[in-house]
Design a binder for this molecule. Structure first.
Ligand SMILES: Cc1cc2nc3c(=O)[nH]c(=O)nc-3n(C[C@H](O)[C@H](O)[C@H](O)COP(=O)(O)OP(=O)(O)OC[C@H]3O[C@@H](n4cnc5c(N)ncnc54)[C@H](O)[C@@H]3O)c2cc1C
Length: 414
């Protein structure tokens, strides 16, 4: 029976490993942090899983956070124009955000309980050949910061020159949830966007504020001012940004209770969205497959990275179960099967994080008066390939707006 090695115990590595051990395949995950280190570490993200990913967790037997208690229903949009636009899109089924410092250690324990092996070690590029010889297939799911050079930038794609946004994310108390419970997506044109996410963390149900700041804009201070230099001044700065740029979130703040849940529950920084090659060949002739962020690193503006990592892991898992010949054909098959979804998530995220094109404004304008189109846009957070079918070109957007209007017998707007 094929043995599989996986570098990395994030969502990509764990979802792949869990699927394979469920099918009786021996799997070893090599990762550089123990479950305790992950659980006690700094916040690294604020991840929402959408219904299709939660369906996969059900299949893997790792849905420990049922959406009835932990999920949310809607996206509450706000566009801070002189005449603000406010509307709400509803999901057909709930999404859910759980702090990854709870999620990942829990899945690591599940994986080991089911017979998977975890070896704690730091893996560097020269180690890959030795690891590949221990297994029939070696995959790398080490995230956006290490080993990427082994795969290299995706052939046929022009690499982005730098980050599209500069990020601050933190967990906060003192913000009443939206009704219905949902994520707020608020735009301060020219300055940035705020994603306000109901998330389950160590203190229970709290709020993640993910500020997506435009480089060079006035909100870069959210990234550059350091919390530990003066925690009170930092808190006051965040409060002032909410008041002046994101008033609908500010309206739900109880100032007496507003505060960071813990100094560790804060992340500031930036990275360049990157698409890398699906696989690379070692000197011994074996191929190594990339899964998750190491393959496609996305700006988190539309919350697609982990959902994409899970979908990609599933393609790899299905392929291993179907055809355990880990040659060039296998690699090409995996690449073909996941390309549409992975690249659509990448392209859509870049479109939303970059300077907004005119057809995005047209879609927003149409959605403000077309609840079905808005709900379709919201549900498509589950299906980035369908979203990209709508947004890839101005012509596609115009056609989607016209199609939705025609389905109701109304004249097409925009
Ligand atoms: C602020 C923010 C918000 C986000 N919000 C969302 C969201 O709402 N929805 C969404 O879908 N995505 C979101 N994302 C993206 C999401 O966090 C990532 O896409 C996802 O976590 C990637 O999973 P992964 O398994 O590929 O990598 P990771 O989760 O980074 O896991 C990498 C693993 O490899 C290990 N490792 C790393 N290097 C080595 C090495 N050299 N040797 C051995 N082990 C190694 C690490 O310890 C870790 O276990 C967000 C990201 C950020 C930054």
């Amino acid at each position: 029976m094929a043995s599989v090695g996986i570098v990395g115990a994030g969502t990509a590595g764990l979802h792949l490993g869990l699927q394979l051990v469920q099918a009786g395949i021996p799997v070893t995950i090599y990762t550089n942090r123990t479950a305790d280190e992950v659980g006690s570490g700094r916040l690294t993200n604020s991840v929402a899983h959408h219904a299709v990913t939660i369906d996969h967790e059900d299949r893997l037997g790792v849905n420990h956070w049922p959406v009835a208690e932990f999920g949310y229903d809607s996206h509450h949009h706000y566009f801070g124009l002189p005449d603000p636009i406010v509307f709400r899109g509803d999901f057909a089924r709930r999404s859910r955000a759980v702090d990854y410092r709870i999620y990942q250690p829990t899945l690591m324990a599940d994986f080991e309980d089911r017979g998977g092996k975890i070896e704690i070690r730091d893996v560097d590029v020269p180690d890959l050949q030795g690891l590949s010889e221990r297994h029939d297939l070696l995959t790398v799911a080490s995230g956006k910061f290490t080993l990427g050079q082994f795969f290299g930038p995706a052939v046929g794609r022009t690499p982005l020159p730098g980050p599209l946004r500069r990020l601050q994310v933190g967990l906060w108390t003192g913000i009443a949830p939206n009704d219905p419970k949902g994520v707020s997506i608020a735009a301060s044109p020219g300055n940035g966007d705020l994603l306000e996410i109901p998330i389950y963390s160590f203190q229970g149900h709290v709020t993640a504020l993910l500020f997506e700041n435009v480089p060079g804009g006035e909100l870069e201070k959210l990234v550059d001012v350091k919390h530990d230099d003066d925690p009170k001044a930092f808190r006051d700065m965040v409060l002032e940004v909410l008041r002046t740029h994101y008033p609908l979130t500010y309206a739900r703040v109880d100032e007496a209770a507003f505060g960071l849940t813990d100094p560790k529950d804060l992340l500031q920084g930036e990275f360049t969205p990157t698409l890398r090659n699906d696989y690379a060949q070692l000197d011994n002739g074996k191929y190594v497959l990339a899964v998750g962020d190491i393959h496609s690193t996305l700006d988190p503006i539309v919350g697609q990275g982990a959902n994409s990592a899970s979908a990609s892991a599933q393609v790899v898992g299905d392929a291993v179960l179907e055809d355990p010949n880990f040659d060039l054909r296998f690699m090409q098959k995996v690449a073909d099967r996941r390309r549409n979804r992975v690249e659509a998530a990448f392209d859509w995220s870049n479109l939303m994080a970059g300077p907004p094109p005119a057809h995005l404004f047209q879609l927003v304008g149409a959605m403000a008066g077309d609840q079905e189109l808005l709900n379709e846009f919201t549900w498509n957070f589950n299906y980035p390939d369908r979203q990209w079918d709508i947004l890839a070109t101005p012509e596609r957007t115009a056609a989607a707006i016209a199609r939705s209007a025609a389905s109701k017998g109304a004249p097409a707007r925009a």
